[in-house]
Structures are given as C-alpha cells and as structure tokens.
Design a protein around this ligand. Sequence first.
Ligand code: ZN
Ligand code: ZN
Length: 168
Amino acid sequence: MTEIDLFFVKNPKNYCTKSEMKWHRIFLEITETIANGSHCVSKKVGALIVKNKRIISTGINGTPSGLKNCDEIFGDNYNAEEHHAWSLENEIHAEINCLLVAAREGISVKDSDIYITYSPCLDCCKSIIAAGIKNIYFKLIYEKDTRGLPLLNDSGINLYKVEEDNNA
Ligand SMILES: [Zn+2]
Ligand SMILES: [Zn+2]
C-alpha cells in the first residue's frame, strides 16, 4: 500500500470539534477493550457500532456462539497457516459479528458509525457498505488486506484513522 492509495483516509482531527474528537477516542478505547474478549490466538479485533453517541452493537472476531473457540483448538505454538485455513472456515470478523448482533436484535444500523481496531478487510467493507454505515473510525491499518478501502471511498463512506492522542 502506497501513500497515494490512502489519500482518502481522513484524519478526524481535521473534520471534528475537540469535543467530538474526544468521543472518537473514547469509543475507540472501548473497542480496544472489547477486542480483549476475543478467543482468536492470532489477532484480537473489536468493533463497535454507534448512533448519536450511543453504542448500539459490539462485536469481536471469533466463531459463532455455541461453536468451539479458536483458543480451544490452537495453543500458543500454533501454526499460522493451519490457523489461517481453519479461521477462514470457522471464524467471523468482528465487524460482521457486530452487524449480525444488531440484525438479530432488530436494531437498525443505517447512517451509524463503526469503530474498529483495524481497518476492514474486503469482505467486511462490502458488508459495511451494504448495511448503510456512514463513517468508519479505526486505529491501525490492516496491511494484509486493504483491497476494500477504495470501495468505501466509492460508496461515499468516510474512513478515518484515529491517531494516538499525544497532546490532550
Ligand atoms: Zn483465530
Ligand atoms: Zn474483515
């Protein structure tokens, strides 16, 4: 991924008031805390859907509830390739889990914001677009899969990278 490919990733600081920025940081912190609940041995990802400054859904990456967790299958010395193959078949990404929980509970996510610890992969980008999410706030770029990011830009979804807060 080159600099030019990321030209549409915005810094929320340039678009938000100080008070709004404070809320983005708070929600991203909650997202990171929720990510700790993930049972995945490889990556712990969290997602949070917010509407009018209220959390309406949360999600972590992992197997659908009722099925065996990643850390029950793999130990600390897991084989990355083996995990990857198993994960593709068994685990759901945090963003999708977050959207599905809202669907299950009959909560509309239209025009809402999603906070994610990592930028969304191609599949998640497509689902986020289809669900009618307006703004995405994330902490780190998921370097392995940035293919979906231009689709977000084409769909008019704002993509923001929330930087660490160094001076208040
Ligand atoms: Zn896993
Ligand atoms: Zn994904």
